[in-house]
Write a protein that binds this ligand. Sequence first.
Ligand SMILES: Cc1ncc(COP(=O)(O)O)c(C=O)c1O
Length: 359
Amino acid sequence: MGYERKEIARTPGYKQGKQPTDAGVVKLNTNENPFPPCRAVIEALHDIDPESLRRYPPPFADAFREVAAGIHGLRPENVMAVNGGDELLRLAITTFVDPGRTIGIIEPSYLLYRVLGELHGGRVVGVEAASDWLLPRDFAAMMNREKAQLTIIVNPHAPSGVLTSDVALAELATRLEGVLLLDEAYADFVDPSRGYNALKLIDRCDNLLVLRSLSKGYSLAGLRFGYGLGAQGLIEPMLTKTRDSYNVDAVAQKLALTALKNRDSARETWKKVREERGRLRAALIDLGMLVPESESNFLLAQIKPGAVSARRVYQELENRRIFVRYFDHPRLRDHLRISIGTVEQNDRLIEELKEILKG
Ligand SMILES: Cc1ncc(COP(=O)(O)O)c(C=O)c1O
């Protein structure tokens, strides 16, 4: 027996995807943006004033909050900066859920929701996603019956990439009695022609908290920066009480601000990812896989029964230094989640898959 609390001892913890660093690896396993951060961000990094390291950073990241609010048509009071979207998940659980009370999630989705909920001592209720990966039927009623103080969903859904409409989200937020945390870590990659905009709901749903991340859309996974958007009543307790007093460092604040101000550069990467997403999906379907339409920067490919198993394909790809993600989950055992890479990376993946699937 160790000294840790029983909830900590019980949970296996979160297992990150592999992070190989050898040259020549094609890394399509943790949904990073395959393109570099924009030039202005790299210049800002070279320009860091050592004085900003000697002093504490701006405690509330106000400059960032102001720019983010302007971009999303909200007020700075509706925004808080966090040390990666993951921090917002932890803050929301700490702030809105009494230990022992219910956190509702959809499964499968981001594995960290359950891990953080259980570490907190919450009762995590997982409801299976519908067969088309959309919201389960009567989800709001189920959550209300369970007296969920917090419900967490991800849109576009991970790991399928399927997009739930903002109309369905409005209905969910309105019907839920607790807080709805809408994880939009991948929302930057949604095709603008879908007309999706859940942020407009913030004005009328005081229980809606939205998570945004700079990890994927802005090619800044190494920086650890994200933000939360919501009614002031949701943001304020996290901003003034539950978070660490200097939760985002000076370098991260400066680079995140630069990234948002230069959003057009990031937007070009979103477009390239969307183009490659369409091309890769078509190629995987040609190889006999079932691949739902994704609005994210990854695809979920189901390998046909009778063909080489998904686990074997995953292993074979890894032997050839191509990393994708395999989840040992009942609904995902015949699937691979594949992040969208550059044209060259995707071409290499397709060529290797052709070989492997020959058996
Ligand atoms: C669904 C989902 N939500 C949130 C995050 C957290 O992103 P970050 O902490 O890098 O901002 C991730 C990261 O992979 C994710 O996949």
